[in-house]
Design a protein around this ligand. Sequence first.
Ligand SMILES: [Zn+2]
Length: 552
Amino acid sequence: MKKTFFALLMAVALLLPTAALGQTVKISSDERKMAEEITAGQLSNYLYFVASDAMGGRDTPSYGLDVTAEFLKMNLQKWGFKGAGDNGTFFQKIGLRRDAIDPAATSVKIGGESFAYGEDIARASGSGNISAPIVFAGNGWMIKSKNMNPYANIDIKGKVVAVIGEGPIGGRGLVPMPAGVTQADLPAAGRGTEWADAATYARNNGAAGLLILPSKFLQENWGAVTANFGRSRMVVDKLAPAGGAPQGGQPPMTVLFASVKAANAIFKGEAGNPLNGYAESFAVNPSKNFDFTIATKTEMQWTQNVVALWEGSDPVLKNEMVALGAHYDHVGTNPNAPGDDKIWNGADDDGSGTVSVLSIAEALAKGKVRPKRSILLVWHAGEEKGLWGAEYFNKFPTVNIKNVIAQLNIDMIGRSRKAGDTNPKNKDLSDENGVYVIGAEMMSSTLGAITKGTNDAYLKIGYDYKYDDPKDTNRFFFRSDHFQYALNGIPIAFWFTGVHEDYHQATDHPDKIDYNKMEKIARTIFLTMWELSDLKERPKIDKQLPPELTQR
Ligand SMILES: [Zn+2]
């Protein structure tokens, strides 16, 4: 009894403030006029530039991304914005580090015989030296439910574990799943105990390194392996600890690929050669010690967030900011893509957000009046690489981030599902009057009320809150830049029209964009930003936050 009574009480309590806060938002004619400076034609004009092949898909880092940054800066300067990046410029520079192997200084010996790094051995990951005997462990997979355990009769502690597995590498680790094993056999909770791929088992059991022997797939793709794996993954220098050691953890284990020549040298005179199908685990003659001395050189490249400020009119409130953001990067090109189109233009993702924020900036600049609080515009780099730019901005802010009262994020607002479209890839795409709004109700009831109230008082777009749930399996709340602001305790609202058939495809082109809907959404976000900037008090975080936002 009590619970429901309590629930009822809660509902009433909740209703009350919201009803009170559901204050109707009043939009003045000046504000409306400013919002209507944002037009479908303007958005299209900018998007055909930003998502043109000339921008090369705006990878991070890339020439096309830098040109897009210059384009944004050129317009912002022209419109009288203040640079809010490094030292009053429009850019916040971000150093990207890649540890590249120095092949000339890297040596490989097997039983004292030298082999060429980059030809006979290539690094998959890790950067530690190795000097240890070798054991062969079949395909390296331990799966209790399948009675698979190639480690039963060997001791891998302090050894280099050599493994081989047929098929393309990728999905689960670097050694393909054995035939007859499916994802269902590998529940996440059992990883390391009920089952383990080769790298996991080797790491958990103190191996000195992992050596992946040349399966047919690797032999056919040896050129790509040596080309791509010589250099470590690029990381954000100031966000990733030097030497690749994860926070407080062990440096990652060194994992290497071996060529046919190196593999044959290891298994010459042994019980059997895995390249000829021998599958039993055994310890290789210890005289064939594996000595790997690695030398890396750090390559630094640079990219940037684009950061601008439009100063508010109120002498006090102008110290606070409403932040507006999008990511101006996408995934670049794929030279191996089938067909002629190798450029991932990213018109919707996130060209639509990039030019919407730019058009909102232009509308501010054309306005006769200024909002009370200041407006902070951030175009993030590296979103596709893992929210790099947004994490960097929140960890190394170029403004007093404590004064950011809310962040409005726009990522993919350019597409609509047309009536009669039965393509399953478009099933969750919003229709010509719909948009998903995520996060607005999750942290601050004031932000939720303003977001909803502005739309109700203006174009009454079909605001869909379906994904506004941290438990949503698509996890959209966690998948774009706003999440880094939310982690920083800033209430956020995120606009998104849904995934579609061209999502992360070369075909995400500007001629597929619904500019009329985009215009409506961008205008409404402009007015939402304005309402927030003129609030008497900044929105409080008054909602029960999801654990991801509280466990820091
Ligand atoms: Zn995106």
